[in-house]
Design a protein around this ligand. Structure first.
Ligand code: ADP
Ligand code: MG
Length: 274
């Protein structure tokens, strides 16, 4: 399959959209696996109390396992929390346990509550530039956000360099995006001036319907070059994979879903290398 050039320093990408069910988790885990297959070293941070990304990556996340919660609320070092995926070499995970559901409220009284995730990520010795870290560095950190714009997602937006917004190709696709982009503007103005909405990915695209084509066209005319050329097709294989504790990249590498996540990963890696 060949590789892709590694970025000169870690790219922290936040996968966010406050709407549920648009493909955030599916995109996070499959892109992460695809990037790893392209020779990148990737860390997935599960920031959703549901722990769906942890499940899909087959990483233990029952209560008591060191998790995102410990990093955010207790300031525990990520080095003590990160686990390597057994399935995909080069893929690492910070799992989320159900404890994270309480973090949204517990963090309210914590000092610098919006910057906790940034501190945790940047405190990891493998996050940084080629010259600082060397070959061990993470090339990508992908943060899988919960379906809300609360303190957890805010932490992700403060931690990130880039934002990846998955948009489901369906009728109400653009509804709520205004609110998301206003939040991004607020974060940029007050907390993280460097945050860029670098990537829009159209998910669950059904080429047979005019509706999907119309939505895709609307998204492309609105966001232009930020939208990846590759759209992810709706495919049963993609939705089946998590129940086997696998990404579609290993569950069915030749399926249309896997191939398009691979293409999307290649686009992201190439774009960043420009
Ligand atoms: P979110 O994290 O935004 O809530 P998910 O990634 O969990 O969304 O996806 C929502 C549902 O849609 C899941 O059941 C998932 O398996 C399914 N799904 C996501 N992408 C696809 C796809 N390309 N084809 C078929 N089903 C998909
Ligand atoms: Mg999710």
């Amino acid at each position: 399959a060949g590789g892709a050039p590694r970025p000169s320093s870690t790219r922290v990408m936040v996968v966010a959209n406050q709407k549920g069910g648009v493909g955030k988790t599916t995109t996070t885990v499959n892109l992460a696996a695809a990037l790893a297959q392209l020779g990148q070293r990737v860390l997935v941070v599960d920031l959703d109390p549901q722990g769906n990304a942890s499940t899909a990556l087959n990483v233990d996340h029952h209560r008591g396992v060191p998790s995102t919660y410990d990093a955010l609320v207790d300031g525990q070092a990520l080095t003590e929390i990160v686990r390597e995926s057994a399935e995909v070499p080069g893929l690492f995970v910070v799992p989320a346990t159900i404890d994270l559901a309480g973090a949204e409220i517990e963090l309210v009284s914590v000092v610098a509550r919006e910057g906790r995730l940034r501190k945790a990520i940047h405190g990891h010795p493998w996050v940084g530039s080629a010259t600082e870290v060397g070959a061990d560095r993470f090339d990508y950190v992908l943060v899988d956000c919960p379906p809300s714009l609360g303190l957890l997602t805010l932490n992700a937006l403060v931690a990130g360099d880039e934002m990846l917004i998955p948009i489901q190709a369906e009728y109400y696709a653009l509804e709520g995006l205004g609110q998301l982009l206003e939040t991004v503007d607020m974060v940029r103005a007050h907390l993280n001036p460097d945050l860029a909405v670098s990537t829009i990915l159209i998910t669950m695209y059904d080429a047979r319907t005019r509706l999907a084509a119309g939505v895709a066209e609307e998204v492309r005319s609105h966001f232009g070059d930020q939208v990846l050329r590759t759209a992810i097709p709706r495919s049963v294989r993609v939705s089946e994979a998590p129940s086997y504790g696998q990404t579609v990249m290993t569950y069915d590498p030749g399926s249309p879903g896997a191939l398009s996540y691979f293409e999307a990963a290649r686009e992201i890696a190439t774009k960043g290398a420009l």
